[in-house]
Design a protein around this ligand. Structure first.
Ligand code: GDP
Length: 358
């Protein structure tokens, strides 16, 4: 399937071409927008879903039919070869993944196949087509590879200590990318700390909170149920992070970069900040699984703990330093934590008011 601009005009021949795997995900949709804005011809690899329950953000927000989507799957090497051949990319942004850490514990073999071997398959396909001298490759690695951290701040030198099937698979993808680079491919790893937005999937904690706060505000829900309130994450905005991905690919030499805000907040703080947007001040009462978040004004319980939401292994604390990206890429995040939370809550409120099912 292709949806989009016609190929082969003289104008298109001078344009750079990019292939984005996972183009309909949160990062993929922002990245496609950025690349289109930079004048690229943009191809997106997307998986076919038999049931389309909601409009994909990338398609909706792009507004034009400028991205050329191709059905494929990183589990299917032949689809990768066909799409690479059709799109003739100068740059490949490999974002497709089973991206949920919690889910990776119950689908560990599948997660490994997609996230570890998926990266290998894309790189092998590039080499099989003889494109390795002309194509630049970006791998979406993750701060989850740091896992059970000992260093108070993590950067490119920090020891890896993965704590989930997801993180182990991403570490495989990291070293695979490094090995191809060592063989001469322009291949980079973006070690991105958590990055969120109104387009984040509902099962990630930030979006779960923003959506629940909107529902409570709207009178459609009474309570929000969470797992571990005390894990800390370095949360940035996905729009800032896709700019960093692009910058990594424009350098003279390939290298790996951490992208992070340099600030960390707990899930608890994220909740407090999100409820503050709707004018609710939360206070915490009780301990462990009996702890609750209470509306100070009304005394109503708004947040409860469900121990079933806790993970078999947890990454308790992440805080990144993007000094290398600041020095070499001149990258720094522009959207603050408070702005991020506000944007997410307001977007969910707006969607509810508009009657959207998102
Ligand atoms: P991750 O950092 O990629 O795992 O991103 P998530 O948004 O899935 O989780 C961030 C942190 O929030 C983790 O430490 C989770 O254990 C914690 N958390 C607490 N309650 C929840 C919940 O209900 N859902 C999710 N997804 N995470 C939760």
């Amino acid at each position: 399937i292709t949806n989009g601009t016609t190929n082969g005009t003289s104008n298109d021949a001078c344009k750079k071409s990019a292939l984005v795997t996972g183009a309909d995900g949160q990062d993929g949709s922002y990245l496609c927008e950025l690349l289109l804005g930079q004048g690229y011809t943009v191809h997106g690899l997307v998986r076919h879903h038999s049931e389309v329950t909601s409009e994909k953000p990338s398609r909706r927000s792009l507004g034009t039919a400028a991205v050329q989507y191709h059905y494929g799957d990183v589990l299917d090497p032949f689809s990768l070869i066909k799409i690479l051949r059709a799109s003739k990319p100068d740059e490949v942004y490999h974002l497709a993944a089973q991206s949920h850490v919690g889910l990776s514990f119950s689908t560990s073999s599948y997660t490994s196949d997609v996230d570890a071997l998926g990266t290998l398959r894309v790189l092998e396909a590039i080499v099989a087509l003889g494109m390795e001298k002309t194509v630049r490759f970006y791998n979406a690695c993750s701060s989850e590879v740091f896992g059970d951290v000992r260093d108070p701040v993590q950067n490119e030198q920090t020891r890896f200590n993965p704590r989930s099937p997801y993180a182990v698979a991403k570490l495989y993808s990291y070293y695979t990318t490094v090995n191809f680079r060592d063989q001469g491919v322009f291949a980079v790893n973006g070690i991105l700390f958590n990055h969120e937005s109104p387009r984040r999937g509902m099962d990630f904690v930030t979006r779960k909170i923003s959506r629940a706060v909107a529902l409570i505000h709207h009178g459609d829900a009474m309570e929000l149920t969470l797992g571990n309130l005390d894990s800390f994450r370095d949360w940035g905005h996905a729009r800032d992070y896709v700019r960093g991905m692009w910058l990594m690919m424009q350098q003279d030499e390939p290298s790996d970069y951490v992208l992070a805000t340099g600030e960390t907040h707990s899930v608890r703080i994220f909740c407090e900040e999100a409820f503050r947007i709707i004018g609710v001040c939360l206070e915490w009462d009780g301990e462990g699984v009996d702890e609750v978040g209470v509306n100070v004004k009304t005394g109503k319980v708004l947040v409860r703990i469900d121990p079933k939401l806790a993970r078999p292994l947890e990454v308790g604390y992440l805080l990144g330093s993007a000094q290398k990206a600041a020095d070499r890429l001149k990258w720094k995040p522009e959207i603050t934590f408070q702005q991020l939370v506000r944007e997410m809550v307001m977007a969910d409120i707006k969607a509810l008011e508009a009657g959207s099912n998102l």
